[in-house]
Design a protein around this ligand. Structure first.
Ligand code: ZN
Ligand code: ZN
Length: 105
């Protein structure tokens, strides 16, 4: 992961729902075809699922997006990882969105 920090925290409902939606979209979009744990980006689920090696582009893309994926705020530094449907979903969110339990519409 090129030294970027990836966070593992207890996630709120909104983040988990977003991750589950991204997982469904990423699965539908297809995979890089390599074995191993698969990752997908919540910012770009249409890119499909990727192995850790192929996920570089997804990570870089996320790091270039300074905004929270769930609101208009700024994301916290680093990338958040959420497990959904046996995928690791990569997201960036702000602190409040990361742990909030009230789903946003
Ligand atoms: Zn791959
Ligand atoms: Zn937010």
């Amino acid at each position: 992961m090129a030294g970027e920090r990836v966070w593992a925290v207890v996630l709120g409902c909104a983040v988990r729902e977003r991750a589950v939606r991204a997982a469904v979209q990423a699965r539908a979009a297809g995979s890089c075809g390599h074995p191993g744990p698969l990752l997908a980006s919540a910012a770009d689920p249409s890119a499909g699922t990727r192995c850790a090696d192929c996920a570089h582009g997804l990570v870089e893309d996320l790091l270039l997006r300074p905004g929270c994926l769930l609101c208009d705020g700024w994301a916290r530094p680093g990338i958040v990882q959420a497990r959904a449907d046996r995928l690791e979903i990569l997201l960036r969110t702000c602190d409040p969105c990361l742990t909030t339990d009230s789903p946003r519409t």
